[in-house]
Design a protein around this ligand. Structure first.
Ligand code: HPA
Length: 241
């Protein structure tokens, strides 16, 4: 895939070469700022368009970028497309939170999304002659799982659901139980678009999630627990750079 030189793009004001080949993608731009300030060295901000902050720095001497994506498949679709096709980004790692819908997946667990089912129309818009299955990069997944094993973290690898609805029937207990009956572990909102764009752009993608709430049991995390599991997830994600 050749890198087009017509940067900046409508949504990213970085110049060519300012974004690393590996990028971490939290939904929240302030999370991106936090990651840059607390985990990276030699940080330079490359984006503030729409306050979707993006930064490049180094982690253990290796260049890595981090940028917010916003919420939902359309927003993830725009940023991941521009990163891949206009900035030549090769490894895109979504780091986020998700709601568990599975009895075996608990609060604070790390979940690697091997595939992303979706209620979004995003993959269908690729106009393939059948149903596309959005999947992660095996290479990134294998490295991420190895790191989680080394760190002795509680993790699961499986199918996730990228939902287009946060409030409403598609997110309710009945719908969640149906997805869980097919082995789907957790609900988030962006992985299907990321995996679809990575496939189309010949890039690698992975989604790493921490479980922030349990949609069937009503369990939630305290701020401290969220922070600890977030730090674990960052160590896993940054090891992929
Ligand atoms: N639904 C969708 N996305 C989420 C959720 C949820 O319940 N929890 C965290 N991200």
């Amino acid at each position: 895939m050749s890198v087009k030189s017509n940067v900046p793009t409508p949504h990213i004001e970085a110049r060519a070469g300012e974004i690393a080949e590996t990028i971490l993608l939290p939904g929240d731009p302030l999370r991106a700022k936090y990651i840059a300030e607390n985990f990276l060295s030699d940080v330079k901000q490359f984006n503030s368009v729409r306050n979707m902050f993006g930064y490049t720095g180094t982690y253990e001497g290796r260049p890595v970028s981090v940028m917010g994506t916003g919420m939902g498949c359309p927003s993830m679709g725009i940023y991941s497309y521009e990163l891949i096709h206009f900035y030549g980004v090769k490894n895109l790692i979504r780091v986020g939170t998700a709601g568990s819908i599975h009895p075996d997946v608990h609060i604070r667990d790390l979940v690697f999304g091997i595939g992303a089912c979706t209620t979004s129309n995003f993959p269908a818009l690729m106009e393939l002659p059948g149903v596309f299955a959005p999947v992660c990069s095996f290479e990134l997944l294998r490295k991420g799982v190895e790191k989680a094993e080394q760190m002795d973290l509680r993790y699961k690898v499986g199918n996730i659901l990228s939902s287009d609805m946060f409030y409403g029937p598609a997110e309710g207990p009945e719908a969640s139980k149906k997805w869980a009956s097919m082995g789907v572990l957790a609900i988030e909102m962006e992985a299907a678009a990321l995996y679809t764009n990575a496939a189309f752009g010949n890039a690698r993608a992975l989604t790493v999630l921490t479980i922030s709430d349990h949609l069937l049991t009503g369990e939630t995390t305290s701020a401290e627990e969220r922070q600890n599991s977030f730090t674990d997830m960052m160590q896993v994600a940054l090891s992929l750079a």
